[in-house]
Design a protein around this ligand. Sequence first.
Ligand code: FDA
Length: 388
Amino acid sequence: SPRPDLVVVGSGFFGLTVAERVATQLGKRVLVIDRRDHIGGNAYSAPEPETGIEVHVYGAHLFHTSNERVWQYVNQFTEFTNYQHKVYSIYQGQTYSLPMNLATICQYFGKSFSPAEARALVAEQAGEFDTAEAANLEEKAISLIGRPLYEAFIRGYTKKQWQTEPTDLPAAVIARLPVRYTFDNRYFNDTYEGLPKDGYTAWLQRMADHPNIEVRLDTDYFDVRDELPSDVPTVFTGPIDKYFGYEAGELGWRTLDFETEVLPIEDFQGTSVMNYADEEVPYTRIHEFRHFHPERDYPKDKTVVVREYSRFAQTGDEPYYPINTPEDRAKLERYRELAAKEAAEKRVLFGGRLGTYKYLDMHMAIGSALSMFDNRIRPFFDDGGALD
Ligand code: FDA
């Protein structure tokens, strides 16, 4: 194949956005490399074979944004349904509405409260600790929402997420715990929300579908980098610590394990996601994927549920959520210095969630790729010279 003008490592939303812009706006050739056997990074989805129900293979993905430019951009590749995300939680045999709202409070305390009464109740219960002086996650959470709501909706869930007692977790793990004093239980507050009408993979494939873009799957960058022209500019969206041979140490991540089951019934839980707040239940939540697309003609006699378990990632696990301890941040500082040097000397730019060690929602990954294209890649191809 002809020599590429740009190599993009990773075919997730970040890499594909860069590739699409360079191919269509600059008319340059892009080689996209991915180590997996499919396109799309963590947003990839596939029909569960027995039922045809679309399953988000790396965890449920809900698209939402208030960024006008990102919304315009993504609508070039897919239409969206009017799906609105809602989350419920089971605690001690009762089902509650999340994020914590007036319905949750009334139900939990077994009586009707006006917004002002509920606000006063939570404020009183939160008085047990001072937020500024909270010594750990538990004290911080209680200082924000009071002990009863903390014990019901946060303690067990958090313990399962972190496999750590909340009294042993730093207060900084939570910044805020939103409580709404209305009955509004829409999960996202963004202007735009929906799911891609014909699925994530069709959307991702349309981004890559251009004569200037070649996608090479099942290919690990570290196995082929020596065969690539050494002066070709590169956008790297894989793990930054791995790129530098873990020179400053491994960055910490949490991972998830998914257990998929097909059940011989039409509907298991009546909604797309149910959290399990009890400590004794080993999983954190169950997704039932048919509910993401009520408009589709899915089978009436089968449903797909996915139980989700959370734990610290070991070497070889999929990295999902950055842990971001002070040690991680110190390592990241060092990797950022190395990355700046690599950009200047070898024309390699780092982006995306693995390349920057940041949790990015899809709209953020796309938005930050568009910025990298505007501010660094287009000027490089227009004017020549350095990429940094
Ligand atoms: P992404 O991880 O998608 O892509 C990186 C690619 O690089 C991968 O395909 C990988 O195989 C490849 N790669 C890595 N190393 C390589 C190497 N050495 N050689 C070749 N290829 C290599 N967002 C949202 O908006 N709504 C949501 O509901 C969710 N839900 C959600 C759930 C879970 C569990 C997670 C972990 C994340 C979400 N997200 C989300 C976030 C979403 O997944 C995220 O925004 C995108 O994956 C970011 O795209 P990137 O391209 O940055 O990374």
